[in-house]
Design a protein around this ligand. Sequence first.
Ligand code: 3PG
Ligand code: MG
Length: 418
Amino acid sequence: MSIRNLDDLLAEGVSGRRVLVRADLNVPLDKQTGDIGDHKSASAPRGGTPDRVRIADDGRIRAVLPTLGALVSAGAKVVVCSHLGRPKGAPDPQFSLRPVAGRLGELLGAPVHFASDTVGDSARSTVEALADGQVAVLENLRFNAGETSKDDAERDAFADQLAAFGEAYVDDAFGAVHRKHASVYDVPARLPHVAGRLVLREVEVLSKLTSDPERPYVVVLGGSKVSDKLAVIEALLPKVDRLLIGGGMCFTFLKAQGHEVGSSLLEEEMVETCGNLLERSGGKIMLPVDVVAADAFAPDAAHDTVPVGGIPSHRVGLDIGPETVAGFAAALSQAKTIFWNGPMGVFEMAAFANGTRGVAEAITKADAFTVVGGGDSAAAVRALGLDESAFSHISTGGGASLEYLEGQTLPGIAALEN
Ligand code: 3PG
Ligand code: MG
């Protein structure tokens, strides 16, 4: 790609220079319960103090170590910034990056300084005090309204303050490149800029999927909402050989096929759209033939496997069934290229994790180039104890990888190209 990368910056020499790194350290948190939830809202420990927060999955922190390690070894003064969760433009302790900075220090094997604000006095003095080869993490970018503002002037003002901390900018926040935010889009316009190792690798892998995938090319999509995935389904249908659909969103498709789905997740207003997609798909779309239907959305709910034609009206489908897993596995075993995004069921509850586990295992067994897309699918792989190295690539970006596959222009990548 026509983007300068970390090696170009290292070749210029960074010793003693301040390098601002945008990372995506938006990791799922929990309150020491050991489960993984929706890090956007539900599992952020409400009212919890930062020191009681447990990082449920540190995959995104590990993913930026190659870039940070290279900068540290080269003697740069490394200033790391990131968002965490979705605070509303003001400080909110439950979304503090302090525990993340602590974990980063453990993984780097060196102390990491932490600034208790993003562009204020603490940030200024922390950056000022950095010695060569040292790392500082700034507090959550989204504690500042300017980071995500739709108003260019507001973003500009914040970007000016942030850019003052670096003499060069490295974007290694692949998970956020689809956001037109100050740290992603406006800061690179103010500093010499390069793609970090993670962004470079992600783009290389995903461009392989869009340009010339070896066939058969099979995509597995899960997750709860069809409306979130509609654009990517539309974009992928002409390109893939098979599209396997599970997760909560399968019920809107099953309804379009004429099945009753009981109390399962249903987007009524999307049923007609799903029907059209099925008609136009030329048989490429594969849907579940059986599901695990439960009395309630609860880990210990009574449940049975039922055919999709026989979901009782009071029951809620929480996973795909074994016959479906076998059918999906057969399709996957033929594939030469596989992309997977979104869990097949409520994998956080052991009783409803078999679909996700079965599909994930089938992907690892295929003799194919296999890509897992998405913060949540990647977290699922690790939460289920699956071997990460059995996949060709695990993307750190959920929305970002989907928008890339849709063929959209990603603001963070476009900013690096300029
Ligand atoms: C993600 O988790 O998808 C990225 O970190 C982006 O977060 P966002 O969806 O809150 O912008
Ligand atoms: Mg996302």
